[in-house]
Design a protein around this ligand. Sequence first.
Ligand code: ZN
Length: 159
Amino acid sequence: MDKMSLIGWALYALAAIASAVFFFTVYGVDVEIGPIFVWSFGLLIGFWIFQAFFPSEDVKSQIEIDRISRDLDKRLEERDPEAYQAKMHKRSLSAIYGATKPEVICPHCSAKGHVRVKAGVAKDRTQETGVGALIAPTRITERKVQNAYCDNCKMTWQV
Ligand SMILES: [Zn+2]
């Protein structure tokens, strides 16, 4: 709903009604499943096309923000490749381990404010014994963990 502008929605609704009227005039009221399927498929495709041509203000400003940030990245890459690498590295760390927590102290280097913590899933393999082993010799259990990384000493661990 919030991805398409009002004009887009209005035109899309018009196109949907017009195509429905067209289908009923061409195929009659007892229209078969084939044309209805084609029509629904057209509605779905049409929705994506209208969304691309009539983006909402939110989407437009997000596109603008992305463009500016790409521009800044490019300029930084040309001016200071090292700083650019560092920025990209930081960004990928954020994606994997989340933002740094200012209050957390690293258990490895004791530095404060460099630790990133993010929830993840760990898989444990356990060997089954007895009857269970006949059905599935290894059992994989998943448990929720907190993955941590320290920007200062580059250690990774689980909390
Ligand atoms: Zn550390």
